[in-house]
Design a protein around this ligand. Structure first.
Ligand code: B12
Length: 300
């Protein structure tokens, strides 16, 4: 992906004149920096924000460093068919098409949370049923997970969180090998202006605590998609909750196996079934804390 674009690149990418882009920059509709020689340069994250908000059509995605979008063409599937189309790509191992579809949905204005909770989750659910009927099911599942992971990583790469943006830290619990949910949580948080440090799958709760002590995040997320020792993990999560209790750090929990832990409600504990809830929760924290914590840029 290109980190900085010239007005000419962006103009060609969305099929408008270079002078229009320069005018929008000068009017403040597009944020840009200037090179030592006085040339306007637009950050990719800003170009993406503009494309989404102005509902521009990307005609030359390669100029944004997003050539995968060309693989799906200009015609996006209708809402009801998105998951089906993604499932077909994931099942067939069509990596560029899968990435192109998810990127296109994002550039067309859908939020990261909507994409993850919608087509991505549904397509992965269907991928998860393949092993029951097909010998190649597990092969397909592993390949699809890798393709989806890379797609979410690529979307995450479109954000450039500001240094002063609030920090979130999280991962998948110990014994949990699932990579997509926790990576998606990081992408969702960055899409609404947070900085996110994802510790990834199989993160010991004690290591998460060490991370809290050293990084001082404002929000901690924990995704639980697989539980090995129910009792032991429930105890550790309870310890995490009481460690964070009454402090400034909020805890968000979710994941398809979270219910197995049977956690009692707690004022510091925010349980969600979808990424949309994590997004709303993060936005709420930033709003309640006022400008000191408010994300600088919001793309959601
Ligand atoms: C990929 C996958 C795997 C991969 C994961 C690889 C990887 N690198 O991540 C691997 C190969 C490890 C795997 C292993 C197994 N799997 Co598996 N797996 C899946 C699959 C297909 C997709 C999961 C996924 O990533 N989904 C995409 C994410 C984005 O969606 P999500 O997990 O639903 O998360 C959503 C919410 O929970 C929420 N959320 C998640 N985290 C958080 C966090 C916060 C804070 C919030 C607010 C919300 C939130 O938002 C997300 C988006 O809406 C699911 C299918 C399914 N129905 O889920 C099966 C599935 C979960 N697996 C299943 C099974 C049976 C297994 C195995 C037992 C298979 C085996 N015989 O070995 C093992 C067990 C592993 C273990 N240690 O427990 C079953 C579970 C059935 C059950 N309920 O018991 C499923 C449902 C498949 C099926 N239909 O049979 N699996």
């Amino acid at each position: 992906m290109k980190p900085l674009l010239s007005p000419r690149d962006l103009a060609k990418a969305i099929g408008v004149s270079e002078s229009s882009i320069k005018r929008w920059v000068d009017d403040g509709a597009i944020e840009a920096t200037k090179t030592a020689g006085g040339h306007r340069r637009i950050a990719l994250s800003e170009a993406v924000r503009f494309v989404r908000e102005s509902r521009s059509v990307v005609v030359r995605p390669d100029l944004l460093g997003l050539r995968e979008m060309a693989a799906v063409g200009a015609e996006l599937p209708s809402r009801g068919d998105e998951a089906e189309r993604l499932f077909d790509y994931l099942k067939a191992g069509a990596a560029a098409e899968a990435r192109g579809l998810l990127l296109s949905l994002y550039l067309a204005g859908r939020s990261v949370a909507e994409i993850v909770d919608g087509p991505l989750r549904t397509a992965m659910e269907r991928i998860g049923e393949l092993w029951i009927e097909e010998e190649t099911g597990i092969f397909c599942e592993h390949r699809a997970t890798e393709i989806a992971f890379r797609a979410v990583t690529q979307i995450r790469g479109l954000f450039a969180p500001a240094e002063q943006a609030p920090l979130a830290l999280g991962g998948a619990a110990e014994g949990d090998p699932y990579t997509l949910p926790t990576m998606s949580a990081a992408a969702v948080l960055e899409s609404v202006g947070w900085r996110a440090v994802n510790l990834g799958p199989n993160t010991p709760i004690d290591s998460l605590l060490l991370g809290v002590e050293s990084l001082h995040p404002r929000l901690v997320w924990l995704s639980v998609s697989a539980v090995v020792d129910r009792e032991a993990l429930a105890q550790k999560v309870k310890r995490l909750v009481s460690y964070l209790a009454d402090g400034p750090v909020s805890l968000a929990l979710g994941g398809s196996a979270l219910a197995e832990l049977d956690l009692a409600p707690h004022s510091q504990l925010h349980v969600g079934e979808k990424m949309g809830e994590l997004e709303a929760f993060a936005k709420g924290i930033a709003l309640a804390a006022g400008p000191a914590l408010s994300p600088v840029e919001t793309h959601g």
